[in-house]
Design a protein around this ligand. Structure first.
Ligand code: F6P
Length: 369
């Protein structure tokens, strides 16, 4: 329900892993807050960490000029600082000690007279905001992630830039694969959602696409490589999502970030599979893990536009008193959903996804049959 007290001072923060397009949101929020609504805007450094440590500074119009094309976030970000469960150190046995520092966060927000905060983030950031909202802070969320896995929104900014980067990488791998007659595996980010790999794999004409949502058989993947070489195609391109796993098997974990609310970092499945395919086929194989290059650099035009729309829409919700909601895109139209629909949930690829059907129709294998 709309809250009738009109905000005068607002905060903006970016939490979780960065992505291209965050600065477009910060710029849209700040410029329209100042010019359209006459509000004062405060930038919070490094996501919730800045609220915990009281690193909150006024943002003027000029502070957000000339940032639309810049990657990353001018405010900084943190994917470790959940105020309800904040890691404050280790005990004598080396075990991490957690404290609920929500009250400190609320004191800091109140000391700056922040009426509401726009939080730019993914499901983890929205979950942190939802917990603070229960204690009285007011938020509006703008969804960002290259993973495109935010529940309730068909697209998040950052995704299409990452698709472009990954597609270019796959295109480049294509030419060297063809020169050396190799099986080349290219691993992409995305956690437990395969959107990035599906889009980039399809866009670059990958022969095999391996997704978290469709467990694969290493033998079927190997047979496909051999079949291609028998039919005169001397190389195979495999697009692999970091969360892909074999039928009945597990994901490959790259590292555990102990003090992060979401500690598992995936990575390395392409290297494991590379060895398996080499053993099963006798073909020469190489794996490339694209990593954080997918999150860096200037946003594509689409993400600049989407970030601007999301930022402006988030501010509209805030000004009209519609708090604790996240801006979403549904059926090509801007809208919003409650935090409870988004927090700690992920939107993955459904079994009847039309893009998967189109890829299968043009002969792409998903390693499952
Ligand atoms: O959620 C964005 C993302 O880039 C995932 O695709 C990836 O698994 C993860 O973040 C990597 O996290 P970090 O930057 O902590 O290594």
């Amino acid at each position: 329900m709309a809250d009738s007290v009109r905000p005068k001072r607002i905060g903006v923060l970016s939490g979780g892993g960065d992505c291209p397009g965050i600065n477009a949101v910060i710029r849209a929020v700040t410029k329209s807050a100042i010019c359209e609504y006459g509000l004062e805007v405060f930038g919070i450094a490094d996501g919730f960490l800045g609220l915990i440590e009281n690193r909150i500074h006024r943002l003027a119009f000029d502070d957000v000029s000339n940032i639309l094309t810049r990657g990353g976030t001018i405010l900084g970000s943190s994917n470790k600082a959940d105020p309800a469960e904040f890691c404050v150190g280790t005990d004598d046995a080396g075990e991490l000690i957690y404290e609920d520092v929500s009250d400190r966060v609320i004191d800091h927000a109140r000391s700056h007279n922040l009426d509401a905060i726009i939080c730019i983030g993914g499901d983890g950031t929205m979950s942190g905001a939802a917990k603070l909202a229960e204690k009285g802070l007011k938020f509006v969320g703008a969804p960002k992630t290259i993973d495109n896995d935010l529940m309730g929104s068909e697209v998040t900014f950052g995704f299409h830039t990452a698709v472009g980067i990954a597609t270019e990488a796959l295109d480049r791998i294509h030419t060297t694969a063809s020169s050396h007659h190799r099986v080349m595996l290219v691993e992409m980010m995305g956690r437990n959602a395969g959107w990035l790999t599906l889009y980039a794999g399809l866009a670059s004409g990958a022969d095999i696409i391996l997704l978290p949502e469709i467990p694969f058989s290493p033998q079927i993947v190997a047979d496909r490589c051999v079949a291609r070489s028998k039919h005169g195609r001397s190389y195979t391109i495999i697009a692999v999502a970091e969360g892909a796993k074999p039928i009945g098997g597990e994901v490959v974990v790259d590292r555990v970030v102990r003090d992060s609310p979401d500690p598992i970092r995936l990575g390395g499945v392409s290297e494991v599979l590379c060895e398996q395919i080499a053993d099963l086929t006798g073909l020469e194989c190489r794996a490339t893990i694209l990593g954080h290059v997918q999150r860096g650099g200037t946003p594509c035009a689409y993400d600049r536009v989407l970030g601007t729309q999301f930022g402006h829409h988030a501010l509209g919700l805030l000004v009209s008193g519609q708090f604790n909601r996240v801006v979403v895109m549904q059926g090509g139209r801007l809208g919003s959903v409650g935090f409870d629909e988004v927090a700690d949930r992920q939107r993955t690829i459904g079994g009847d996804d039309p893009i998967v059907a189109a890829a299968r129709a043009v002969g792409t294998s998903f390693g499952d049959k």
